[in-house]
Design a protein around this ligand. Structure first.
Ligand SMILES: Cc1cc2nc3c(=O)[nH]c(=O)nc-3n(C[C@H](O)[C@H](O)[C@H](O)COP(=O)(O)O)c2cc1C
Length: 313
Protein backbone atom coordinates (compact mmCIF):
# COMPACT_ATOMS: atom_id res chain seq x y z
CA UNK A 1 0.00 0.00 0.00
CA UNK A 2 1.84 3.18 -1.03
CA UNK A 3 0.99 6.19 1.07
CA UNK A 4 -1.46 9.02 0.54
CA UNK A 5 -0.95 12.68 1.44
CA UNK A 6 -3.48 15.48 1.83
CA UNK A 7 -1.46 18.67 1.59
CA UNK A 8 1.33 17.99 4.08
CA UNK A 9 -0.68 15.40 6.06
CA UNK A 10 0.66 11.90 5.51
CA UNK A 11 -2.00 9.25 6.12
CA UNK A 12 -1.14 5.87 7.60
CA UNK A 13 -3.38 4.06 5.10
CA UNK A 14 -6.03 4.85 2.50
CA UNK A 15 -9.22 4.27 4.50
CA UNK A 16 -11.54 7.16 5.33
CA UNK A 17 -14.46 7.29 7.75
CA UNK A 18 -17.16 9.36 6.01
CA UNK A 19 -18.65 12.40 7.71
CA UNK A 20 -22.10 11.39 8.98
CA UNK A 21 -24.72 13.51 10.74
CA UNK A 22 -25.74 11.95 14.08
CA UNK A 23 -22.95 9.38 13.83
CA UNK A 24 -19.39 10.69 13.58
CA UNK A 25 -19.00 12.47 16.90
CA UNK A 26 -15.60 12.26 18.56
CA UNK A 27 -16.55 9.11 20.51
CA UNK A 28 -17.49 7.22 17.36
CA UNK A 29 -14.45 8.50 15.47
CA UNK A 30 -12.14 7.33 18.26
CA UNK A 31 -13.60 3.82 18.04
CA UNK A 32 -12.99 3.73 14.29
CA UNK A 33 -9.47 5.09 14.72
CA UNK A 34 -8.72 2.33 17.23
CA UNK A 35 -9.62 -0.10 14.45
CA UNK A 36 -7.17 1.55 12.09
CA UNK A 37 -9.03 4.09 9.94
CA UNK A 38 -6.58 6.77 8.76
CA UNK A 39 -8.80 9.81 8.25
CA UNK A 40 -12.06 11.08 9.73
CA UNK A 41 -14.30 14.16 9.76
CA UNK A 42 -16.81 15.83 11.98
CA UNK A 43 -20.36 15.57 10.77
CA UNK A 44 -21.44 18.36 8.42
CA UNK A 45 -21.96 21.66 10.21
CA UNK A 46 -23.58 24.71 8.65
CA UNK A 47 -21.12 27.61 8.87
CA UNK A 48 -23.80 29.98 10.18
CA UNK A 49 -24.05 27.72 13.26
CA UNK A 50 -20.29 27.91 13.79
CA UNK A 51 -20.33 31.69 13.38
CA UNK A 52 -23.07 31.91 16.05
CA UNK A 53 -21.10 29.63 18.42
CA UNK A 54 -24.13 27.88 19.91
CA UNK A 55 -23.76 25.06 22.46
CA UNK A 56 -25.07 22.13 20.37
CA UNK A 57 -22.63 23.13 17.62
CA UNK A 58 -19.71 23.17 20.05
CA UNK A 59 -20.59 19.57 20.94
CA UNK A 60 -20.49 18.58 17.27
CA UNK A 61 -17.09 20.25 16.96
CA UNK A 62 -15.55 18.43 19.96
CA UNK A 63 -12.22 16.76 19.23
CA UNK A 64 -11.12 13.57 21.00
CA UNK A 65 -7.55 14.68 21.70
CA UNK A 66 -4.42 13.64 19.81
CA UNK A 67 -5.81 10.19 18.99
CA UNK A 68 -8.58 11.90 17.00
CA UNK A 69 -6.20 13.17 14.33
CA UNK A 70 -5.92 13.89 11.50
CA UNK A 71 -9.39 15.41 11.61
CA UNK A 72 -11.35 17.34 9.02
CA UNK A 73 -14.03 19.86 9.96
CA UNK A 74 -16.83 19.36 7.47
CA UNK A 75 -18.87 22.45 6.72
CA UNK A 76 -21.39 23.73 4.27
CA UNK A 77 -22.82 27.13 3.45
CA UNK A 78 -24.14 29.14 0.56
CA UNK A 79 -22.42 32.45 0.74
CA UNK A 80 -18.84 33.37 -0.12
CA UNK A 81 -18.92 36.48 2.09
CA UNK A 82 -19.84 34.28 5.04
CA UNK A 83 -16.91 32.00 4.15
CA UNK A 84 -14.70 35.09 4.40
CA UNK A 85 -15.86 35.74 7.96
CA UNK A 86 -15.72 32.06 8.84
CA UNK A 87 -12.15 31.67 7.54
CA UNK A 88 -10.88 34.09 10.20
CA UNK A 89 -12.19 32.06 13.19
CA UNK A 90 -9.40 30.94 15.50
CA UNK A 91 -11.23 27.68 16.34
CA UNK A 92 -10.45 26.42 12.83
CA UNK A 93 -6.79 26.07 13.81
CA UNK A 94 -7.81 23.03 15.91
CA UNK A 95 -8.55 20.99 12.79
CA UNK A 96 -6.13 19.52 10.29
CA UNK A 97 -8.22 20.48 7.30
CA UNK A 98 -11.56 21.88 6.21
CA UNK A 99 -13.85 19.85 3.97
CA UNK A 100 -16.66 21.55 2.06
CA UNK A 101 -19.81 19.49 1.78
CA UNK A 102 -21.21 19.79 -1.74
CA UNK A 103 -23.24 16.62 -1.57
CA UNK A 104 -25.91 16.79 1.13
CA UNK A 105 -29.31 16.24 -0.50
CA UNK A 106 -31.50 17.05 2.52
CA UNK A 107 -34.38 19.39 1.75
CA UNK A 108 -33.41 21.79 4.53
CA UNK A 109 -29.82 22.19 3.31
CA UNK A 110 -30.72 22.27 -0.39
CA UNK A 111 -33.47 24.81 0.45
CA UNK A 112 -30.69 27.04 1.77
CA UNK A 113 -28.76 26.57 -1.50
CA UNK A 114 -25.99 24.68 0.34
CA UNK A 115 -24.81 21.03 0.25
CA UNK A 116 -25.52 19.37 -3.09
CA UNK A 117 -27.20 22.55 -4.38
CA UNK A 118 -23.68 23.98 -4.72
CA UNK A 119 -23.04 21.51 -7.57
CA UNK A 120 -25.28 23.77 -9.68
CA UNK A 121 -22.77 26.60 -9.24
CA UNK A 122 -19.24 25.16 -9.49
CA UNK A 123 -17.73 28.67 -9.61
CA UNK A 124 -19.16 29.37 -6.15
CA UNK A 125 -17.53 26.20 -4.80
CA UNK A 126 -14.25 27.35 -6.35
CA UNK A 127 -14.60 30.79 -4.68
CA UNK A 128 -15.27 29.15 -1.30
CA UNK A 129 -12.15 27.01 -1.68
CA UNK A 130 -10.07 30.06 -2.65
CA UNK A 131 -11.21 31.96 0.45
CA UNK A 132 -10.06 29.12 2.72
CA UNK A 133 -6.84 28.48 0.79
CA UNK A 134 -5.98 32.18 1.05
CA UNK A 135 -6.07 31.79 4.83
CA UNK A 136 -3.59 28.92 4.57
CA UNK A 137 -5.89 25.96 5.29
CA UNK A 138 -5.68 22.51 3.79
CA UNK A 139 -8.99 22.28 1.93
CA UNK A 140 -10.89 19.32 0.52
CA UNK A 141 -14.36 18.96 -0.97
CA UNK A 142 -16.89 16.15 -0.98
CA UNK A 143 -19.16 16.09 -4.00
CA UNK A 144 -21.65 13.88 -5.78
CA UNK A 145 -21.79 13.18 -9.51
CA UNK A 146 -24.13 16.13 -9.91
CA UNK A 147 -27.33 17.61 -8.54
CA UNK A 148 -29.79 16.30 -11.09
CA UNK A 149 -27.54 16.03 -14.13
CA UNK A 150 -24.05 14.64 -14.02
CA UNK A 151 -21.51 17.50 -14.18
CA UNK A 152 -18.78 15.80 -12.14
CA UNK A 153 -15.99 16.47 -14.65
CA UNK A 154 -16.68 20.22 -14.78
CA UNK A 155 -17.01 20.48 -10.97
CA UNK A 156 -13.88 18.40 -10.31
CA UNK A 157 -11.74 20.47 -12.67
CA UNK A 158 -12.89 23.73 -11.06
CA UNK A 159 -12.25 22.35 -7.59
CA UNK A 160 -8.71 21.36 -8.55
CA UNK A 161 -8.06 24.72 -10.23
CA UNK A 162 -9.23 26.56 -7.10
CA UNK A 163 -6.45 24.82 -5.15
CA UNK A 164 -8.21 22.02 -3.26
CA UNK A 165 -5.86 19.40 -1.82
CA UNK A 166 -8.13 16.36 -2.29
CA UNK A 167 -11.57 15.54 -3.64
CA UNK A 168 -14.01 12.90 -2.42
CA UNK A 169 -16.63 11.70 -4.86
CA UNK A 170 -19.82 10.04 -3.69
CA UNK A 171 -20.65 8.24 -6.91
CA UNK A 172 -24.35 9.03 -7.08
CA UNK A 173 -26.20 12.21 -8.06
CA UNK A 174 -28.05 14.12 -5.34
CA UNK A 175 -31.33 12.82 -6.72
CA UNK A 176 -30.30 9.17 -6.46
CA UNK A 177 -31.32 7.19 -3.42
CA UNK A 178 -28.77 5.34 -1.36
CA UNK A 179 -30.35 2.06 -2.53
CA UNK A 180 -29.36 2.87 -6.14
CA UNK A 181 -26.10 1.42 -7.40
CA UNK A 182 -23.24 3.93 -7.30
CA UNK A 183 -21.44 4.48 -10.60
CA UNK A 184 -17.71 4.09 -9.94
CA UNK A 185 -16.82 4.48 -13.62
CA UNK A 186 -16.76 8.25 -13.04
CA UNK A 187 -13.86 7.94 -10.65
CA UNK A 188 -11.52 6.77 -13.41
CA UNK A 189 -12.86 9.46 -15.73
CA UNK A 190 -12.22 12.18 -13.14
CA UNK A 191 -8.78 10.79 -12.35
CA UNK A 192 -7.97 11.02 -16.03
CA UNK A 193 -8.75 14.77 -15.96
CA UNK A 194 -7.49 15.99 -12.56
CA UNK A 195 -4.26 15.48 -10.64
CA UNK A 196 -5.29 15.88 -6.99
CA UNK A 197 -5.97 12.71 -4.94
CA UNK A 198 -9.46 11.29 -5.43
CA UNK A 199 -11.24 9.39 -2.67
CA UNK A 200 -14.01 7.12 -3.88
CA UNK A 201 -17.22 6.75 -1.90
CA UNK A 202 -20.45 4.82 -2.34
CA UNK A 203 -20.98 1.12 -1.79
CA UNK A 204 -17.72 0.29 -0.01
CA UNK A 205 -18.98 -2.26 2.50
CA UNK A 206 -16.22 -4.83 3.09
CA UNK A 207 -12.66 -5.84 2.22
CA UNK A 208 -13.44 -6.83 -1.37
CA UNK A 209 -15.26 -3.60 -2.27
CA UNK A 210 -12.58 -1.50 -0.51
CA UNK A 211 -9.89 -3.31 -2.48
CA UNK A 212 -11.82 -2.76 -5.74
CA UNK A 213 -12.23 0.93 -4.91
CA UNK A 214 -8.54 1.29 -4.15
CA UNK A 215 -7.74 -0.18 -7.58
CA UNK A 216 -9.28 2.95 -9.15
CA UNK A 217 -9.13 5.66 -6.46
CA UNK A 218 -6.46 7.04 -4.13
CA UNK A 219 -8.57 6.39 -1.05
CA UNK A 220 -11.78 4.57 -0.07
CA UNK A 221 -14.41 6.24 2.13
CA UNK A 222 -16.89 4.19 4.14
CA UNK A 223 -20.16 5.52 5.54
CA UNK A 224 -23.23 3.30 6.13
CA UNK A 225 -21.29 0.07 6.58
CA UNK A 226 -19.41 1.61 9.52
CA UNK A 227 -22.53 2.67 11.45
CA UNK A 228 -22.57 0.48 14.56
CA UNK A 229 -19.59 -1.37 13.17
CA UNK A 230 -16.24 0.40 13.73
CA UNK A 231 -14.57 -3.02 13.51
CA UNK A 232 -15.13 -2.95 9.77
CA UNK A 233 -11.88 -0.99 9.44
CA UNK A 234 -9.86 -3.71 11.16
CA UNK A 235 -11.34 -6.34 8.87
CA UNK A 236 -10.85 -4.27 5.69
CA UNK A 237 -7.22 -3.64 6.61
CA UNK A 238 -6.75 -7.39 7.16
CA UNK A 239 -8.32 -8.12 3.77
CA UNK A 240 -6.08 -5.60 2.05
CA UNK A 241 -3.08 -7.38 3.54
CA UNK A 242 -3.96 -11.05 3.09
CA UNK A 243 -7.27 -11.29 1.20
CA UNK A 244 -9.18 -12.55 4.24
CA UNK A 245 -11.66 -11.00 6.65
CA UNK A 246 -13.76 -12.56 9.38
CA UNK A 247 -17.22 -12.08 10.83
CA UNK A 248 -17.39 -9.70 13.74
CA UNK A 249 -18.65 -11.49 16.86
CA UNK A 250 -21.51 -10.50 19.14
CA UNK A 251 -19.07 -9.87 21.97
CA UNK A 252 -17.01 -7.52 19.81
CA UNK A 253 -20.06 -5.58 18.62
CA UNK A 254 -21.57 -5.18 22.07
CA UNK A 255 -18.30 -4.28 23.70
CA UNK A 256 -17.59 -1.61 21.07
CA UNK A 257 -21.00 -0.11 21.87
CA UNK A 258 -20.03 -0.17 25.53
CA UNK A 259 -16.83 1.69 24.61
CA UNK A 260 -18.88 4.21 22.62
CA UNK A 261 -20.96 5.04 25.71
CA UNK A 262 -17.84 5.43 27.86
CA UNK A 263 -16.18 7.73 25.33
CA UNK A 264 -19.36 9.77 24.74
CA UNK A 265 -19.56 10.41 28.47
CA UNK A 266 -15.85 11.16 28.76
CA UNK A 267 -15.94 13.77 25.99
CA UNK A 268 -19.39 15.09 27.03
CA UNK A 269 -21.01 14.36 23.68
CA UNK A 270 -23.54 11.89 25.10
CA UNK A 271 -26.96 12.37 23.51
CA UNK A 272 -29.81 9.95 24.20
CA UNK A 273 -31.31 10.14 20.68
CA UNK A 274 -27.94 9.42 19.12
CA UNK A 275 -27.17 6.60 21.56
CA UNK A 276 -30.49 4.95 20.72
CA UNK A 277 -29.86 5.29 16.98
CA UNK A 278 -26.31 4.02 17.20
CA UNK A 279 -27.18 1.31 19.73
CA UNK A 280 -29.81 -0.12 17.38
CA UNK A 281 -27.06 -0.37 14.76
CA UNK A 282 -24.44 -1.90 17.04
CA UNK A 283 -26.93 -4.55 18.12
CA UNK A 284 -27.08 -6.29 14.74
CA UNK A 285 -25.58 -9.28 13.02
CA UNK A 286 -25.76 -11.90 15.79
CA UNK A 287 -28.27 -14.49 17.02
CA UNK A 288 -30.87 -12.77 19.18
CA UNK A 289 -29.98 -9.29 17.90
CA UNK A 290 -33.56 -8.42 17.00
CA UNK A 291 -34.82 -9.17 20.53
CA UNK A 292 -31.84 -7.30 22.00
CA UNK A 293 -32.73 -4.24 19.88
CA UNK A 294 -36.37 -4.36 20.97
CA UNK A 295 -35.37 -4.52 24.63
CA UNK A 296 -32.73 -1.82 24.17
CA UNK A 297 -35.19 0.63 22.61
CA UNK A 298 -37.34 0.46 25.77
CA UNK A 299 -34.53 1.64 28.07
CA UNK A 300 -35.07 5.04 29.58
CA UNK A 301 -31.78 6.33 30.94
CA UNK A 302 -28.04 5.91 30.86
CA UNK A 303 -27.93 3.63 33.95
CA UNK A 304 -30.42 1.24 32.33
CA UNK A 305 -28.39 1.30 29.13
CA UNK A 306 -25.10 0.63 30.92
CA UNK A 307 -26.57 -2.33 32.84
CA UNK A 308 -28.24 -3.75 29.75
CA UNK A 309 -25.04 -3.64 27.75
CA UNK A 310 -23.00 -5.15 30.60
CA UNK A 311 -25.39 -8.13 30.75
CA UNK A 312 -25.26 -8.61 26.96
CA UNK A 313 -21.44 -8.68 26.82
C1 LIG B 1 -26.59 8.66 8.60
C2 LIG B 1 -25.82 9.35 7.50
C3 LIG B 1 -25.40 10.66 7.68
C4 LIG B 1 -24.66 11.31 6.68
N1 LIG B 1 -24.19 12.57 6.92
C5 LIG B 1 -23.30 13.12 6.02
C6 LIG B 1 -22.58 14.30 6.35
O1 LIG B 1 -22.70 14.88 7.44
N2 LIG B 1 -21.72 14.80 5.42
C7 LIG B 1 -21.50 14.16 4.21
O2 LIG B 1 -20.69 14.63 3.41
N3 LIG B 1 -22.17 13.05 3.89
C8 LIG B 1 -23.02 12.50 4.77
N4 LIG B 1 -23.61 11.30 4.50
C9 LIG B 1 -23.28 10.60 3.23
C10 LIG B 1 -22.09 9.68 3.43
O3 LIG B 1 -20.94 10.37 3.87
C11 LIG B 1 -21.73 8.91 2.13
O4 LIG B 1 -21.38 9.84 1.15
C12 LIG B 1 -22.90 8.06 1.62
O5 LIG B 1 -23.59 7.40 2.67
C13 LIG B 1 -22.41 7.01 0.63
O6 LIG B 1 -21.44 6.16 1.23
P1 LIG B 1 -21.80 4.65 1.69
O7 LIG B 1 -22.27 3.93 0.46
O8 LIG B 1 -20.53 4.11 2.24
O9 LIG B 1 -22.90 4.75 2.70
C14 LIG B 1 -24.37 10.64 5.46
C15 LIG B 1 -24.83 9.33 5.28
C16 LIG B 1 -25.52 8.68 6.28
C17 LIG B 1 -25.96 7.26 6.06
Amino acid sequence: MNSLKIGNIKLKNKLFLAPMVDVTDCAFRLLCREQGVAMAYTEMIYIKAILHENEPTKKLMTIGGKLDQPLGLQITGNNVLEFNKFSKLSVLQNYDLIDINCGCPSAKIVGNEAGSYLLKTPDKIADMIRVLKNEGFIVTAKIRLGFKNNNVLEVSKKIEKAGADLLTIHTRTAEQRSSEKPDWSWISRVKHEVGIPIVGNGGVVNGKTASDMLDIADGAMIASAAIGNPLIFREILKYLKNGKEKEITKKERVSSFQDYITLAEKYKVFDMGRVKYLGANFLKGFDGASQARNDFMKLKNIEEIRNFVKLLC
